[in-house]
Design a protein around this ligand. Structure first.
Ligand SMILES: [Zn+2]
Length: 309
C-alpha cells in the first residue's frame, strides 16, 4: 500500500497579491523540499480533478456557489473579506483543491492507496456553509467528509491542528454527530467564532499564545484520544495546518517539526485501530516557507511509514 499525493498546477494560479502570505510559493516550497528530501519519489502523485458540483453542494448551498461565481473578476482582485480575494483563476484552483480531496477519498476507500495528502490551495477550514473567509472559499475537508458519508461511511473524524480554529468545519457539521471534529487552536485568535461550541462530537481545544510542544501534546492527548477511540471513525480527515510552528509569521504558538510528527502518529494510530489506516490529509495554513516545507515532510514521513504497517 502506498501514500498518494494530490496536487494541481491550477492551485498556484490563485493569487491574492504579492504581499499576501497565502501565496503560490507555499506549494512550490513544499514540493521542492519533498523532492530534495527524497520523499516525493516514494509517493504516488496524482493530478487533482475538478470537483463535481454535486459534491460541492453537499457542503455549500447553491446560492453561495453562485455568489462566488458572480464575485470572481475577469482581471484584478475581488475581495470576499479583508483577507480573502478572488482572481480570475480562484474558482478553478478551489475546484481542484476540493476535487483533490474527493479523489483522495475515493482512492483510500477503494484501497488503491493506504492514505493521501492533498497539497492544495486555497485552503478550506474557515469556509462556512455560506461564508468565504480567512483565505478559504470551499471547505475542502468538509466536501471530502460529505463524499465519504455519501459513499456509505457512517462515522468520520476530522482532526484540525492548524493554529486557527476550524470554524467552517464546525459550522458545517455542528448538527451531524456522525462527524467528530477535534480542533486545536490559539485562543483568543482569528477567527473569533464557533470556538465555544461544546458538543459530544465537537471537541475544541484552545491553546494560550506561546504554547509549546509539551503542553500541546498533553492537551491534545487528554482531549482527543478517548473521544476518537469512542467514536471509532472509519476514515480520518486531517486539516493539516502548519502555522502553529514557532517560526510562523501569523501564529503565536511554539510547535516544531517533532510536534507535527507526534500528532500525525497519534492520528495514524487511531486510523490503524479503527479505520483500516484510512487517512485523507489536506493542507490548510503554514506561512513560513521553510518551516512549512519541513513540517509537511515530517507529517508525510509518518503517513508513509504507517502505510507499510
Ligand atoms: Zn491557519
Amino acid at each position: 500500500m502506498t501514500t498518494a499525493l494530490y496536487t494541481h498546477e491550477l492551485c498556484t494560479r490563485h493569487r491574492m497579491g504579492d504581499w499576501h502570505p497565502e501565496s503560490p510559493a507555499r506549494l512550490a516550497s513544499i514540493l521542492d523540499y519533498l523532492h530534495a528530501s527524497g520523499l516525493l519519489s516514494e509517493l504516488v502523485r496524482h493530478e487533482a480533478p475538478a470537483v463535481e458540483r454535486e459534491a460541492l453542494l453537499r457542503a455549500h448551498p447553491e446560492h453561495y456557489l453562485a455568489s462566488l461565481e458572480r464575485l470572481q473578476p475577469q482581471e484584478g482582485l475581488a475581495w470576499a473579506d479583508p483577507d480573502t480575494a478572488l482572481n480570475v483563476f480562484t474558482l478553478e484552483a478551489a475546484a481542484r483543491a476540493a476535487g483533490a480531496v474527493t479523489a483522495a477519498v475515493r482512492a483510500v476507500m477503494d484501497g488503491a492507496h493506504a492514505n493521501a495528502f492533498c497539497a492544495v490551495r486555497p485552503p478550506g477550514h474557515h469556509a462556512e456553509r455560506a461564508q468565504a473567509m480567512g483565505f478559504c472559499f470551499y471547505n475542502n475537508v468538509a466536501v471530502g467528509v460529505h463524499a465519504a458519508l455519501a459513499a456509505g461511511v457512517e462515522r468520520v473524524a476530522v482532526v484540525d491542528f492548524d493554529v486557527h480554529h476550524g470554524n467552517g468545519t464546525v459550522d458545517i457539521f455542528m448538527e451531524d454527530p456522525r462527524v467528530l471534529v477535534c480542533s486545536s487552536f490559539q485562543h483568543p485568535f482569528y477567527p473569533y467564532r464557533m470556538f465555544d461550541i461544546d458538543r459530544p462530537h465537537i471537541v475544541n481545544t484552545p491553546l494560550d499564545e506561546g504554547c509549546g510542544g509539551v503542553e500541546f501534546r498533553r492537551r491534545v492527548e487528554a482531549a482527543w484520544l478517548k473521544r476518537l477511540d469512542v467514536h471509532a471513525p472509519q476514515i480520518v480527515f486531517v486539516s493539516a495546518g502548519f502555522d502553529a510552528h514557532a517560526r510562523d509569521p501569523l501564529g503565536g504558538l511554539e510547535l516544531h517539526e517533532p510536534d507535527f510528527r507526534w500528532v500525525t502518529e497519534l492520528i495514524a494510530d487511531v486510523a490503524a485501530r479503527h479505520a483500516n489506516g484510512r487517512i485523507v490529509s489536506v493542507l490548510e495554513g503554514g506561512y513560513d516557507l521553510d518551516a512549512l516545507a519541513r513540517s509537511v515532510d515530517a507529517h508525510l514521513q509518518v503517513l508513509r511509514e504507517s502505510d507499510r504497517a
